[in-house]
Design a protein around this ligand. Structure first.
Ligand code: FAD
Length: 319
């Protein structure tokens, strides 16, 4: 028996979401009294995983997987599950995980719950909580199959270390099928910080009136080391790329700080950002719905406030 985690990575580097899964996985393994095993595909350095109490790493180095579709990775996951007798498979909240988790669930005939926001109850049944109705309710879901698969809600768990010096690393060489397609190139559209990994997000809405005003959003993001995001109409109008669109139909995000500028706070927008730890809203309309769910609100003209805020932060940074 074991708990198996999938180590999400980019360009050979372990992503923050993977450390969140490892930290969560350690707790699940403890509660089940079992080993924590990690499958790391094309990760250059797996040593950092020992900080989170991983007992064993299956290291799969297959250059052809870097640009391959999900099917070969799912095959590797299935073979790792069989080899390690894994009964719980854990994924983060990133795009890779959202692709792989349902595929491996279908392949293994396993119950799968996505967007999990609690540690599982493991006795008498295996059940977890997840947020539903755009964050307005919590569902408790029981998984009845022998293998259980979970993907975690974004940024929902503290990343806690539990260092071990006993971590073993095993070269893993499963039989891989041909990829059904290959990714030939990936171009980041914008933003120096990836939305998935961002601790802070500066997001703009239709209140900014046009693509030409995004310089002030980027300037504020730069000074904060933040990622940039936008509401749906902004992406629909082509002011910003769709990769920045957050919300119910966009990317769900949950940074430590979400700064919403000129965004009204429609339910569909809130659905994807409400899990942020702290929300700062800047809006000229005191009745804007976003203020109801904001931790901090500034009523005023973004075109006056944002440059001043950026300058203030720059001055503070250089003091
Ligand atoms: P607006 O609603 O036009 O709000 C602009 C805000 O800017 C206003 O509150 C205004 O007071 C403020 N403002 C104006 N001038 C200034 C100024 N100078 N300084 C400061 N503030 C100013 N939306 C999403 O964002 N994400 C989604 O995933 C999403 N999914 C959807 C799915 C469906 C099925 C549907 C029907 C809608 C979806 N929407 C989504 C759209 C959503 O309903 C709203 O229309 C949208 O979020 C509004 O975007 P906004 O806040 O940028 O624009």
């Amino acid at each position: 028996m074991s708990v198996l985690i999938y180590v999400d990575s980019e360009n050979g580097k372990i992503k923050k979401a993977a450390t969140e899964v490892a930290s969560y996985g350690r707790k699940v393994a403890n509660s089940l009294g079992t080993q924590l095993v990690a499958l790391a595909v094309n990760v250059e350095d797996v040593a950092p995983l020992s900080a989170y109490g991983v007992d064993k790493v299956l290291q799969l180095n297959a250059p052809q997987l870097t640009q391959a579709a999900a099917r070969p990775v799912v095959a590797a996951l299935a073979q790792a599950t069989a080899q390690e007798g894994s009964t719980v498979l854990l994924f983060g909240s990133g795009v890779n995980a959202r692709t792989l988790a349902p595929m491996i669930a279908a392949r293994l005939g396993a119950g799968y719950v996505s967007g999990v926001s609690s540690l599982p109850e493991t006795t008498p049944d295996f059940s977890v909580k997840r947020s539903v109705f755009s964050g307005k309710g919590i569902a408790i879901e029981r998984i009845n199959t022998p293998v259980k698969i979970l993907s975690l809600a974004h940024n929902a768990f503290p990343i806690e270390t539990s260092p071990t010096t006993a971590m073993t690393v095993e070269v893993f060489a499963p039989t891989l099928p041909e990829a059904e397609y290959t990714v030939t190139n990936v171009e980041r559209h914008s933003g120096k910080v990836a939305l998935d990994d961002a601790e802070i997000i500066v997001s703009g809405g239709r209140g900014l009136k046009g693509a030409e005003h995004w310089g002030m959003i980027e300037a504020l993001a730069d000074v904060l080391g933040a990622a940039t995001a936008c509401s749906k109409p902004v992406a629909d109008m082509g002011w910003r790329p769709h990769s920045e669109h957050v919300g119910q139909t966009g990317k769900p995000v949950a940074p430590n700080l979400y700064i919403a500028i000129g965004i009204s706070g429609a339910i569909q927008h809130l659905a994807g950002v409400n899990a942020s730890k702290v929300k700062l809203v800047i809006n000229s309309d005191p009745e804007a719905p976003f203020f109801k769910s904001a931790d901090y609100g500034v009523v005023g003209d973004a075109f006056e406030i944002v440059p001043k805020l950026t300058q203030l932060l720059k001055d503070r940074g250089s003091e």
